[in-house]
Design a binder for this molecule. Structure first.
Ligand code: ZN
Length: 435
């Protein structure tokens, strides 16, 4: 499993890459892609998936009618906070080729500075211009994912001699202080427009012509691969573990599950880090419509849909803030998960987490049967927990849910740290859940 995890982490620098890799892995395990525009003919025991933007829904159709056996659903999110390059605003300035950025979600921006960054994202071109684009809608242009192979950008800090108080705490201005330097101005063979210089570099990598690009979505990404650290190699260090670790554990468990009575389903939502409200986020009708269509394929009655929802449950799998040895007062000690301590059940009296008691007991039981300890997270009363896709998934479908996840240090940093054993333990718990 370790090899598969590292392969997944190194193949997925953006949400779209994560969705594409999920589709690749799921397809290898027999999941067949359905088109939202076509009539679905689903059969018990068969494996299906659908894709909307950078969101993926995959399921193994249950042996029994969904109205009776329901769905066993696990949800995660494909996106992570980061910096998006505003390539159209690229310019030659002070001897550099520079471009400003747009901030996606809530990254710890200081961790993006003074690093070897590369560019990954997607180029949207007319269908005939992208032979590798698989979108069958002739009228809809297709997004071609790409990633430059080496480092190509840096966002430098100001030297300490010019900012003597930086170690006292410094507020980066998101517009003024985060310009990416992409090279020396005018260096290189082409002397084209600065924005075209950027576009030409990424278009060549994506295998398309720069002048055929209709839209470029470019993100600055880490070039450092995922690694094990700690004296015994027990710590996992990588970018975007929130929530690629969640996507991996759900996908791996689903791929290794067989067909049971209930329909086993993994859902991978985009747009969690910006509030989930979009055409493909957890606060959309994506999951509800998928469930209704699956139930409706065998029983078109409204009653069958309501019964299926009532017989179903959702495990929302997202990272949990672990106790930090230098900031121990940020947790209530009785509810402070530690790395290596096992999967975390997250609860919040104000339903910032979706957790309900009935399913908490189920999760505790699954952990016990899997041979791992379960930890609990409840925030301090004077702090607000982060968001997850759990409450949105529950509200949009009317299905009871819980929020769980691996404990994680430095959430939303360029480099996050987890324990490898927590990832494998949660994957085993999800496997038991689906089975
Ligand atoms: Zn998350």
């Amino acid at each position: 499993m370790k090899q598969a995890l590292f392969g997944f982490l190194d193949a997925t620098p953006t949400a779209l890459h994560t969705a594409c890799e999920l589709v690749r892995v799921l397809s290898e395990h027999g999941f067949r892609r359905l088109d939202e525009r076509e009539r679905w003919d689903v059969r018990s025991g068969e494996r299906y998936l659908l894709v909307r933007g950078a969101s993926v829904v995959a399921w193994i159709q249950g042996q029994r009618a969904a109205a009776e056996a329901g769905f066993r659903i696990a949800v995660a999110h494909t996106d992570s906070p980061g910096l998006k390059l505003k390539h159209s605003a690229a310019r030659n300035q002070d001897g550099y080729l520079v471009a400003p950025v747009e901030v996606y979600g809530s990254p710890i921006v200081s961790t993006w500075l003074d690093r070897d960054l590369t560019i990954a994202g997607s180029l949207t071109v007319a269908p005939q211009a992208a032979p590798q684009a698989r979108d069958r809608a002739a009228l809809r242009p297709a997004a071609v994912p790409f990633r430059l192979s080496g480092a190509c950008a840096v966002i430098p800090n100001l030297a300490i001699h010019l900012n003597r108080t930086i170690n006292d705490g410094f507020a980066y201005n998101m517009h003024d202080h985060l310009h990416a330097i992409l090279g020396i101005a005018g260096n290189g063979e082409s002397q084209s427009e600065p924005s075209m210089t950027v576009l030409q570099a990424v278009a060549g990598c994506a295998g398309v012509e720069a002048d055929q690009v209709l839209l470029a979505e470019l993100y600055l990404c880490d070039t450092q691969p995922a690694a094990l650290t700690g004296l015994s190699g027990e710590l996992l260090s990588a970018s975007r573990l929130d929530n690629r670790a969640g996507c991996f554990t759900v996908c791996d468990a689903l791929c290794n599950s067989g067909a049971g009575d209930a329909t086993a389903m993994g859902v991978f939502f985009d747009h969690e880090e910006i509030g989930s409200r979009s055409w493909a986020g957890a606060d959309s009708v994506l999951l509800r419509h998928a469930i209704e269509r699956i139930v409706g394929a065998t029983d078109g009655s409204t009653e069958a849909r309501y019964r299926a929802a009532a017989a179903s449950c959702i495990i929302s799998n997202d990272a949990a803030n672990a106790l930090h040895p230098s900031y121990r007062d940020k947790h209530d000690r009785a509810y402070a998960p530690i790395l290596g301590g096992g999967p975390v059940l997250k609860s919040d009296a104000n339903q910032r987490y979706a957790t309900v008691p009935e399913l908490s007991a189920l999760f505790a039981q699954l952990c016990r049967e899997s041979g791992c300890t379960m930890q609990q997270l409840v925030s301090r009363a004077d702090m607000r927990p982060g968001s997850t896709v759990g409450p949105f998934s529950a509200a949009q479908t009317g299905i009871a849910a819980i929020d769980v996840g691996i404990p994680l240090l430095a959430m939303h940093s360029m480099r996050e740290t987890a324990a490898l054993t927590d990832v494998t333990a949660l994957r085993d718990v999800l496997l038991r859940y689906f089975r």
